[in-house]
Design a protein around this ligand. Structure first.
Ligand SMILES: [Mg+2]
Length: 257
């Protein structure tokens, strides 16, 4: 049984736990069973918009009980990363949830005052003024930090601009790349794995380019949750994006189909 090999389970959210707000089949039972067996569970998302507590509430409404400490967003991981480096003032391009995570970690979100770091997430309200201010802050000496660089997210009308599109606008203006915190970079994984035995941890995700590549770079085992988008073309994947195992439902962790 696959689950027996691991003690810590890191789950991507979208495409593994739920799709478009609907919990996927087998998820509730599988998570409950892992808990009964005393496994450690973490939920990882590149979405920098919500506070971790909002994710806890969302999961709870789906029948998946979890604690704030078990949730890692790219926004929270960015706050941890900067707070650990004694950052005090940040300029945030993004949501109120992202600003709240910075404040939870003890940092102040500034406007015109010089910040030590510009943190880029996404929000429907982000506009030219934000990009302008971010560029000026970086010219003034602020570090350029991207919560993630995902280009788009899927919608029923087609791919919509995600954080990476906003990052690209600022990157163009300042002619230098950001430091990236979310998947596939290791920071989100490192923050999630704190206190856990890495050698007995596994990442379960549906996107080879972020979940599996990130797990490989973080040095942990990976399981690809197959979705329609990625079925059937494993040979085309670059090295590091090939998962150690493949499943189609979390129930398969326990040997079922
Ligand atoms: Mg996903």
């Amino acid at each position: 049984m696959l689950a027996n090999q691991f003690h810590s389970f890191l789950f991507d959210l979208d495409g593994v736990i739920y799709i478009e707000g609907e919990v996927l089949p087998g998820v509730v039972d599988s998570i409950r069973r892992l808990r009964e067996e005393g496994k450690q569970i973490r939920f990882l998302t590149n979405d920098p918009r919500p506070q971790r507590t909002e994710i806890v509430e969302k999961l709870s409404n789906m029948g998946v009980d979890t604690a704030t400490e078990e949730v890692a967003t790219s926004g929270w991981a960015t706050a941890e990363y900067l707070a650990n480096r004694n950052t005090e003032k940040v300029f945030v391009v993004g949501s109120d949830g992202l600003r709240a995570e910075m404040q939870n970690a003890g940092m102040q979100c500034v406007g015109k005052d010089q910040a030590e770091a510009v943190v880029v997430g996404s929000d429907i309200e982000v506009g030219y003024r934000d990009i302008f201010m971010a560029a000026m802050q970086i010219h003034g000496g602020a570090q350029f930090i991207a919560t993630n660089i995902d280009a788009t997210f899927p919608t029923s009308r087609g791919p919509a601009p995600a954080t990476g599109s906003i990052v690209a606008a600022i990157e163009t203006a300042v002619s230098r790349p950001p430091e990236v915190i979310g998947k596939p970079e290791p920071h989100l994984f490192t923050a999630s794995l704190k206190g856990l035995d890495k050698s007995r941890a596994v990442m379960i995700g549906d996107t080879p380019e972020s979940d599996i590549a990130g797990a490989t770079r973080a040095g942990i085992t990976s399981i690809l949750m197959k979705s329609d988008q990625h079925n059937g073309h494993p040979a085309s994947l670059e090295s590091g994006m090939k998962a150690d195992y493949t499943i189609t439902s979390l129930i398969e962790l326990f040997g079922g189909k």
